[in-house]
Design a protein around this ligand. Structure first.
Ligand code: AMP
Length: 578
């Protein structure tokens, strides 16, 4: 059965923050590669498609996205169905439509298929009478022949048109597609950046907008909340960025570049552009309204109020938005909690896409010796040192956002100076786990902060990892405790002399399990060693005294105890070496 579920990106389902896929399969299905039109009438197209080559699990649903070719992708409809065919009804006659299909398994949606284009017919389908009356029959037969001729002509014309349209579309899309994946186009590569605005952002009539109140100050002017009522659509809340009077041409271009960039994205975790007002003053950018504002302030206001699963849901949403951006080859360069917006459902969306301004208007960005402003605490070493900004440097910044989220908006590296941060990172120190942060999440942060950018996880892997944690909440139970050290980022980088993992859990039992010595849990309990702090001063004699007689076991435990002691000492200096 087909279910009509959304009429425009603005009303498309928001990605559920806490959505936990149902099975253990990790990879989503591969894209659907072929869509056919089995039957076409004036107002209906009967579509059918092949299952993806690699389903990677049971296909729970297909999603068909379609839109009028001439209206472009920004105003689409979605139909969900459990079968491999569906009738798309209510179409306009003699109009080209573009269709994409994707499959969903417990691991989530696969990518959409490439676009397939079909055109509706120009004439009604022939209706043949019941044959009782010969005149009616004759009229019907003659009518049918005429209709058939018309249909064949329409079909030939439509084929020609389709061929042309397809060729034109291929040409149009060639510059935006890379191996079937839509890639981001830098608006500054347009000779006339206004052309990019026209291509990627819808012009909105100022009379459709009601400004209500000022909610923030951007680099170019005030940011307001208000309402947008487009003809034939319901009224929605929007954020309105304005360009203050007296701007230069360059400022206008830079301001609108954000819209040209945002307008290319369509994802539930990326802020959605409604359109722009450029034909009258003030020039405005209209986006969806995010009731809870920026993530850093939101977290600070709600310190301690969320469950770990809710926090991981927030992180999952941001990672999913970042995966989408990196798939489109867009490098953000300023991924930080202050640049993530939160709506009333706790859905987080990546924002702040201005070009040159991205770093210029960030109060955290500081000038580096090589010129240019960089938000040092959020930025990967190679981007600070030689401006090597890539999706891998965005992953580093994402790791810092993870830390900001888990610490409810704490400032990364506290009151250390930028120079001290650069030096500490270079010496191999990394931020320790925030209070009550699950070990698995801190480990993921440390992975994002690998010195070698090739060693950092990709956003797709981060999303999968977070999904796994959400599916198995017990894996989030182990935390580093309130005030003591953490696991090292990479066991292979452990210093000589501490070959065993250090205790990473809050209890002695967890620690013993970590090092494979849980058989001695009762010995420790009986001797009164109930907290990690209690065991760090144990000696070999203490081991023997509590009944650990095997020398290799004594050594294993002692070695871990020494590691724990040194981590506690480092914690007094707050940073963790890797
Ligand atoms: P920006 O110029 O994008 O940094 O925006 C300045 C401030 O305006 C942000 O820090 C937010 O507090 C607020 N803001 C911007 N966009 C939105 C939005 N779409 N919804 C709600 N608040 C927003």
């Amino acid at each position: 059965m087909a279910m009509l579920s959304a009429v425009s990106p603005a009303t498309a389902d928001n990605e559920a923050v806490f959505q936990a896929p149902l099975s253990a399969s990790d990879a989503p299905p591969s894209p659907v590669t072929s869509i056919q039109a089995k039957d076409i009438t004036r107002h209906t197209i009967a579509l059918a498609w092949q299952a993806p080559e690699r389903a990677n699990g049971v296909i729970l649903e297909y999603e068909v996205k379609y839109y009028e070719k001439d209206q472009n992708e920004r105003s689409y409809r979605i139909i969900k169905t459990t079968s491999r065919h569906t009738d798309i009804k209510g179409l306009t006659a003699l109009t080209s439509y573009v269709f994409h299909v994707r499959a969903r398994t417990a691991a989530g949606y696969g990518d959409f298929s490439a676009p397939f284009e079909f055109m509706t017919n120009s004439v009604p389908a022939p209706i043949i009478g019941d044959g009782a009356n010969s005149t009616v029959l004759l009229v019907s037969v003659v009518g049918s022949v005429v209709l058939l001729i018309i249909l064949i002509s329409a079909f030939v014309i439509s084929r020609r048109r389709n061929k042309y349209s397809k060729a034109k579309q291929d040409a149009d899309e060639e510059k935006h597609l890379h191996q079937g994946v839509r890639i981001y186009v830098d608006p500054f590569t347009y000779e006339d950046p206004n052309q990019a605005v026209r291509e990627f952002a819808k012009e909105i009539d100022a009379s459709c907008i009601k400004i209500e109140k000022v909610i923030g100050i951007g680099e170019f002017g005030e940011v307001c909340s208000g309402r947008l009522k487009m003809p034939g659509k319901r009224e929605i809340c929007v954020a309105i960025k304005t360009l203050k009077a007296g701007y230069t041409d360059k400022q206008r271009r830079d301001f609108l570049s954000e819209a040209s960039i945002m307008g290319q994205f369509d994802h539930p975790n990326i802020i959605h552009l409604e359109g722009v007002v450029t034909k009258c003053k003030p020039v405005m950018i209209i986006t969806e309204y995010m009731e809870n504002g920026s993530l850093d302030a939101f977290l600070r206001k709600n310190d301690g109020r969320f469950t770990v699963i809710q926090l991981v849901g927030i992180l999952r949403g941001i990672a999913s938005g970042m995966k989408y951006l990196s798939d489109m080859s867009y490098v953000h360069r300023d991924v930080a909690a202050r640049n993530i917006l939160v709506n009333s459902n706790l859905v987080c969306k990546v924002s702040d896409f201005g070009m040159s301004r991205v770093l210029e208007d960030d109060p955290e960005a500081a000038y580096t010796t090589r010129g240019g402003k960089i938000p040092i605490r959020w930025t990967a070493p190679e981007a600070i040192a030689y401006r090597k900004f890539t999706s891998a440097s965005d992953v580093w910044s994402y790791g810092i956002v993870m830390w900001e989220v888990m610490s409810y908006g704490e400032r990364p590296y506290w009151d250390m100076s930028n120079q001290d941060v650069i030096k500490a990172i270079d010496e191999g120190y990394r931020l320790p786990p925030p209070m009550d942060c699950p070990v698995a999440l801190h480990q993921l942060m440390l992975d994002c902060w690998q010195r070698e950018r090739a060693d950092r996880p990709k956003f797709g892997q981060i999303v999968n990892m977070l999904d796994k944690l959400i599916r198995n909440p017990s894996t989030l139970k182990r935390t580093g405790g309130k005030d003591y050290a953490t696991r090292r980022s990479n066991p292979s980088l452990l210093e000589p002399g501490s070959p065993e993992p250090c205790p990473s859990a809050g209890t002695v039992d967890d620690w013993l399990r970590d090092i494979g010595m849980e058989r001695y849990s009762d010995n420790f309990t009986a001797a009164g060693y109930t907290s990690p702090e209690g065991v760090v001063h144990m000696t070999q004699e203490d081991m023997a005294r509590i009944g650990i007689a095997v020398a290799t076991h004594q050594n294993k435990i002692l070695s871990s105890v020494q590691g724990m002691l040194s981590q506690m000492q480092q914690m007094q200096g707050r940073m963790v070496p890797v």
